[in-house]
Write a protein that binds this ligand. Structure first.
Ligand code: ADP
Length: 424
């Protein structure tokens, strides 16, 4: 009989606390990596106490209430110490930083974790440190949108401070578009339960160019680049849906070095210094520009396309770092890999998905994961933030991986029934 991971306790083994939401895509990859490292795993789940009791979850936490969660973790640590606390999801990064600080374990300082989750603070710190990043203006939601339209540059990007996955991020080319974008963002924020009187929004210069993502690991000696991903589909708005990522980057070595330098400066500017970072940058004739940096690794199931020396996956590498175990090469291997986050083509109820087998049969496709179940309401950007799933490819070059992803996506058909238009 196999014991649950939470129950496995062998003296001398490292103890790892993984902070995760019950819906995380990434638990499996971390559990496998921990098992491979013969490490004891304790799950800290973001769950209401009542549900946790019903499910028999030993360590339930409220990620939003960091004070009480840190107290719970301190007590657990006193009973039996953790060697590392690692956030699996973005929503756990602030709690992880506070808990690691309270327990004296190495990680990012809490202020840095907070800055990385607040686009307004992030912009201010980057601008103060001279990191190339868009000029921004911050407005209370109570500001007259026509006044915002008068002050905005064009084209510009309207965005919330604390959402993710491009939710609520909207480009405006004219004052009329700006007024409409602010109204749309306001509705998203109010529907999420934010109060108009205490909520701010950002209006930024639109930075033209191609977009890349960088995954890196911050160690005592600075930033180690783990992978740079190209995003071959143009991200020019009005909404900014992520689709294809391919790696290694096809940009010049010089451009990649400038991207790494810019991301390293951005991390330093907001105080991130330990563990993974995931950064989004735009690159144009003036060089790289920081769009965003997060103190976590790449999201969703995207990490599965990365492979490091001796077949090591990203999660094992990150756990080795957190547990201060020996690290092999930090350079990703592989000549061409890609992932496509399958966009939601329209809102409605997902009835079924056709063509998966044909798509899987496309050469160089290594897997397809439809992550939304049938009979689920799906909402496209800018109100929604999820994907229908992922397509993975591995090929002799990033261009061949991209081609395979496009061919496979072309074989998929999504039957989405429209919802009745509800009067608001
Ligand atoms: P989120 O955290 O929700 O992903 P971001 O601030 O990273 O929000 O914005 C999402 C996407 O919107 C970016 O990846 C980029 O494509 C686009 N974007 C955001 N800000 C700008 C900007 N100032 N100029 C150009 N594109 C932008």
């Amino acid at each position: 009989m196999t014991a649950a991971l939470d129950e496995i306790q062998t003296p001398g083994r490292k103890r790892l606390l993984l902070l995760m939401t019950p819906a995380t895509y990434r638990a499996g990859a971390y559990f496998d990596a921990a098992q491979h490292l013969d490490t004891e795993v304790i799950r800290g789940l973001d769950l209401p106490k009542t549900v946790a009791e019903e499910w028999g979850v030993p360590l339930a936490l409220d990620f939003a209430d960091t004070e009480s969660s840190v107290a719970t973790l301190k007590a657990a640590h006193a009973r039996q110490p953790f060697d590392a606390i690692v956030p699996v999801d973005d929503s756990a990064t602030i709690l992880a930083a506070r808990a690691n600080a309270a327990l004296g374990l190495p990680w990012n300082p809490p202020e840095a974790a907070e800055a990385a989750r607040d686009k307004g603070v992030m912009r201010r710190l980057m601008a103060a440190a001279g990191v190339p990043s868009p000029v921004f203006r911050r407005f209370p939601l109570t500001t007259d949108p026509h006044e915002i339209a008068r002050q905005a540059p064009y084209p510009c990007v309207v965005k919330p401070l604390r959402l993710s996955g491009s939710r609520g991020v909207i480009r405006a080319n004219t004052p009329d578009e700006l007024v409409a974008a602010v109204a749309r963002l306001e509705r998203i924020l109010l529907d999420d339960g934010n109060a108009r009187a205490t909520t701010d929004i950002l209006v930024e210069d639109f930075i033209p160019g191609v977009e890349v993502a960088l995954d890196g690991l911050l160690r005592e000696d600075g930033l180690h680049v783990l992978a740079i991903f190209d995003k071959p589909d143009p991200l020019d708005g009005p909404f900014f849906e992520e689709t294809i990522y391919t790696t290694p980057s096809r940009l010049s070595a010089e451009s990649q070095a400038a991207i790494a330098d810019c991301a390293g400066r951005a991390a330093a500017a907001i105080g991130l210094r330990d563990g993974p970072i995931h950064a989004e940058l735009r690159v144009n004739e003036r060089g790289p520009w920081m769009v965003e940096i997060a103190g976590r690794s790449i999201g969703g199931l995207c990490s599965t396309i990365l492979e490091f020396g001796a077949g090591m996956c990203l999660e094992e590498l990150l756990l080795r770092h957190a547990l201060r175990m020996e690290l092999p090469s930090l350079e990703s291997v592989g000549v061409g890999a890609g992932v496509m986050m399958i966009p939601i083509p329209k809102g409605g109820v997902l009835r079924s998905v056709y063509g998966v087998e044909e798509a899987e049969a496309v050469p160089n496709i290594t897997g397809i994961e439809i992550s939304i179940r049938p009979h689920t309401v799906v909402t496209p950007l800018p109100e929604g933030s999820s994907y229908l799933g992922f397509i993975f490819a591995r090929a002799e070059s990033p261009a061949a991986a991209e081609e395979a992803l496009r061919a496979a996506h072309g074989k998929l058909r999504f039957d989405i029934a429209p919802l009745l238009q509800m009067a608001r």
